[in-house]
Design a protein around this ligand. Structure first.
Ligand code: C2O
Ligand code: CU
Length: 480
């Protein structure tokens, strides 16, 4: 790119910002942002015919909760009020945050009791697409609708005409639209794939419709907020750039026919250049099943783009200042995943004792283990001095996929071997990239490495939330 191109790029970006909500215009260095979020019951229209109001729990009573837009490196305060009848907490998924603000009930804070408030204060060091959700009984609270997008804006915004969040969710509803409550906490889900739903929504709607115009460049921020479903998204018949995964910019690649795969909690930023004519509707397709499913539409309205954006340019983001792992790790850790249906645990350590599989299942609802331990162990999986590179070899010996998330850090995917999927080949496209959540297919092994530079007690768990609750959760310690 020449200097002149570069200047046009920035001007175009500034102009296109007119389409964004006003919150984006706070001058850099403005006073700290403050947000209020209330976790409370509410209702949503999740069914196609709009007939049913589903009783949900949501931030500010809505699903998804409000999109929080913050500036990189700007301190924010988010007061969370709990108006539920059970304790909660909020985790800022993917943010390299101060440990005390990580929101993990029982590890980094006491849960927020009903009618109480907790103030989260943090500064997000990395731009990108993140999200927030409870970290207490997550399997129930997320399934009921408690989640929202957290967008950390780039210092120099990407030159696009529109910037949309697409929070994908997978609901298990009765025919009349009420949440299938009887199966919350069901052993079948806990020991198999997790809670899978029968209704797919984008932004809490059965068919989200997003306005676009011919000639526009559109950024879509996809977030998989489901409890357990691995999804795959693509824009039908449109060449799409993938520009970031799990918040982190990548060298843009074309998504291709297979779209972009998202395990629970994973995100992808994609860019679409609109060539459709006014009146046309471009399906946003979910591709994980045998047949592609229209989950929503980009609806092309009349009119030309109101500012120029150079559509021949590659939509590139600047890298975040992530600490990268060194080639030689200071320590190498194994994380062996066992258990679940078809490979039941014979026994495991549970709360410091060896317990047989049958008792684990019947009395403790535990079905899975990391390194032979079900549930949070008294000792951390590993301890690292700040700045140490830790390599983790994750070996999935179970018959089910798992999306492993590690708090407070991003890690690099070094390798992937083996693995079986229900349809198609295991996805290898993220090797070499930085992620906060990695999908391991049944019997797949992945090696990842992180620079452990964020002091505190951090969780490492499966983001199939029933698996987390049923044993797949542990923690590690980074010393100051
Ligand atoms: Cu998105 Cu431990 O969580
Ligand atoms: Cu799992």
């Amino acid at each position: 790119m020449t200097m002149i191109d570069r200047r046009q790029f920035i001007q175009a970006a500034a102009g296109s910002a007119l389409l964004y909500p006003a919150t984006q215009f706070l001058p850099a260095g403005a006073a700290a942002h403050r947000f209020e979020l209330t976790a409370r019951p509410g209702s949503a229209n999740l069914l196609e015919d709009g007939s049913a109001k589903t009783a949900i729990w949501g931030f500010d009573g809505k699903v998804p909760g409000p999109v929080l837009r913050v500036k990189r490196n700007q301190p924010v305060t988010i007061a969370v009020h709990n108006k539920l009848d059970q304790p909660t907490s909020v985790h800022w998924h993917g943010i390299r945050i101060d440990n005390a603000m990580d929101g993990v009930a029982g590890l980094t804070q006491e849960p927020i009791a009903p009618n109480h408030t907790f103030e989260y204060r943090f500064t997000a060091p990395d731009a990108g697409t993140y999200w927030y959700h409870p970290h207490n009984r997550t399997w129930e609270q997320l399934a009921r609708g408690l989640y929202g997008a957290l967008i950390v804006e780039e210092d120099v915004p990407l030159a696009v005409h529109r910037d949309y969040v697409l929070a994908a969710d997978d609901w298990r509803l009765e025919r009349d639209g009420t949440l299938h409550e009887a199966s919350l906490g069901h052993m079948m889900d806990w020991s198999h794939a997790g809670r899978l739903g029968n209704i797919l929504t984008l932004n809490g709607k059965p068919y989200e419709r997003l306005t676009v115009r011919n000639g526009e460049r559109v950024r879509l921020r996809l977030i998989n907020t489901s409890n357990a479903r691995v999804m795959r998204f693509g824009i039908k018949d449109v060449d799409t750039w993938i520009i970031a995964i799990d918040g982190q910019p990548i060298d843009p690649v074309r998504a291709g026919k297979q779209g972009v795969q998202l395990a629970p909690a994973q995100r992808a930023d994609i860019v679409v250049d609109i060539t459709a004519k006014p009146g046309e509707e471009i399906p946003i397709a979910e591709l994980s099943g045998e047949d592609a499913l229209a989950a929503g539409y980009l609806v092309c309205e009349a009119g030309a783009p109101n500012v120029p954006v150079d559509l021949t340019s590659t939509p590139m983001l600047h890298a975040n200042p992530l600490p990268l792992p060194e080639a030689e790790p200071a320590q190498s850790i194994d994380l062996i995943m066992t258990g679940g249906a078809m490979a039941w645990l014979q026994s495991a350590q549970f709360k410091g004792q060896s317990v047989d599989g049958r008792t684990l299942a019947r009395e403790h609802r535990q079905f899975w283990a990391f390194n032979g331990t079900a549930g949070m162990a008294p000792k951390p999986l590993f301890e690292a001095a700040s700045g140490e590179t830790v390599k983790i070899r994750m070996e999935n010996q179970t018959m089910w996929p798992h999306g492993i998330h590690l708090h407070g850090h991003h890690f690099k995917i070094l390798s992937r071997t083996g693995g079986r999927t229900r349809i198609g080949e295991p996805d290898r496209s993220d090797i070499g990239l930085m992620r906060d959540t990695v999908l391991l297919e049944a019997e797949e092994t992945a090696e990842v490495a992180l620079k452990a530079d964020n002091p505190g007690k951090w969780m490492l768990h499966c983001h199939m939330l029933e698996h987390q609750a049923a044993g797949m959760g542990t923690w590690f310690l980074v010393r100051p």
